[in-house]
Structures are given as C-alpha cells and as structure tokens.
Design a protein around this ligand. Sequence first.
Ligand code: NAP
Length: 262
Amino acid sequence: MTDTLAPCASAPRGKDPAIERRVAIVTGASRGIGKAIALRLARDGRHVVAVARNAEALAEVVSAITAAGGSAEARSCDLADAASYAQLVEEVASAHGRLDILVNNAGITRDGLILRMSDDDFDTVLSVNLRSCFAGCRAASRHMLRGKWGRIVNLGSVSGISGNAGQANYAAAKAGVIGLTKTIAQELGSKGITANVIAPGFISTDMTDALPQMVKDKAIEHIPVRRFGTPDDIASACAYISSDEAGYLTGHVLVVDGGMTM
Ligand code: NAP
C-alpha cells in the first residue's frame, strides 16, 4: 500500500492543449440545467456550442462565457426537427475538425393523465426528448470515432426509472433515453467513447417553477436533503462524467435527486 502524493495515471493533465480544445455541444443551453452545464464546461476549458431555440437567450449565455474568459458559440435549432439537429452536429464537427462531448439536455413536458393525453402530446415529447437525442448521438458518434475519444451525456429523469403519474409521454421518453444510452455504451465502449445518463430528481428551473407550491412542498418532504437541487448540482455531475477522469464510467445512470428515490 502507498500513500505518497505521486500523480496517478488518471490525474487531470491540466494544460494538455488536446484536452483544453475539446468541443462540447450542449442542448437546451438557453436556461436552466443546460445553461449551468454550458457555463461549467466552458469554465473547465471546453469550447461550448450552446444550442436551443431562443437566440437572444443563447447570445447572453455566450456573452457570459466569453466575459469570463471562456470560449463559446450559439446555434439556434428546434430539436423537434431531428434532421436539423443532426445537420447542426455535422456542421459543428466539420467547422472545428472535431467533436468531443455531446450533452443532450433539452427537454420538455406535456403532462396529463393517460386517458386525456393526446397523440400530439405524446409524439411531441417523444420527438424532442428522445428522437433528437438519438439523432444527435448517431451524428456525433461518427466524429467521436474519428477522434477515438468521446463523452455522451444524456439527460434522463427519475420519471424514466420509476414512472410518474401524469407523465406517460415524458417517462416513456426518458426510459427510452436510458435504453438508448446503454446501447451506445455497449457499441462504442471499446472505441474510447462513453455514454451515460444523468437522471435528476426535482431541480429548480422553469420546468419545476410551473408546479403548484403545494406539490413542491410535498415533494421536499420526500427528499432527504430537504431541498430541490440547483442546476449547478447537475452541472458538476456532468463536468465529471464528461471529463478524462471518467473514462471507466459508461452505461451508467447517475441519479442526482437529493436521495429522493433511494
Ligand atoms: P427548462 O428550464 O424548461 O429548459 C429547457 C431547455 O430546453 C431550454 O433551454 C429550452 O430552450 C430547450 N428546449 C426545449 N424545447 C426545445 C426545442 N424544441 N428545441 C431546442 N431546445 C429546446 O428545463 P430544465 O429543467 O433545465 O431541464 C433540462 C433537462 O433536464 C430536460 O431534459 C429535463 O427533462 C431534465 N430534467 C429536469 C428536471 C427538473 O426538475 N428541472 C428533472 C428531471 C429531468 P428554448 O426554449 O430556448 O428552445
């Protein structure tokens, strides 16, 4: 046994330019969790491509990153159109000559009990939350294979693990994200590419602000940490999963929920 302070093989390599130049696409980066992830990855030295529909909000995120000395660009895209998103991934990869990190974070809810859920509510949620995730992963994989390195981080939800009354569409999409990610992990693991899911519990964003206060208070009673998570709680998990140090972590579903579903 040793307790010396000699650097270990997996220690961060700090100033290695190949690592510092890494290009990361983050969807849903205009606000909430995606914005926190974009800011954090930029702080860690990645070039961040911030994707969402709201161009103005994206420009503000990019300004915040560059003002802090980071590197970023904005790309508007509606993820309901999976082909446009795949095209965006291609454009980013060819403009930079590489694509290292893909964070499929954008997501929507259209809640309702199954008896009242329309086909459109189901299809729209599946298309933004799952189909675009598939299209982005497929497009990114090709470029990651070329670079022999890649980190795919897909945002799931505890609803995709346990189900959740009123969220048949959302839970189905998020369960699909888990199956998709585990499959990618199996197919690409030997090529230096990892694929993992972060499954948040309740995180304070526009998505949960829409909940009635009574529902929020009741939820907190079931959270051992006794608070909703912050977008930064998820961003720090994403920073680790997308780092060099996480090369042996793949096909994992990292639940970040303050202990709610343990
Ligand atoms: P949010 O605050 O509602 O933000 C959603 C983000 O997705 C925004 O940046 C939005 O940007 C983008 N987006 C939505 N529809 C889009 C579309 N069609 N095309 C492109 N971008 C689109 O959500 P959040 O709470 O940060 O959630 C982020 C992720 O975490 C989601 O996948 C969500 O399911 C998951 N999650 C959240 C919680 C929670 O408690 N908050 C819990 C579990 C899982 P624009 O409106 O500018 O397009």
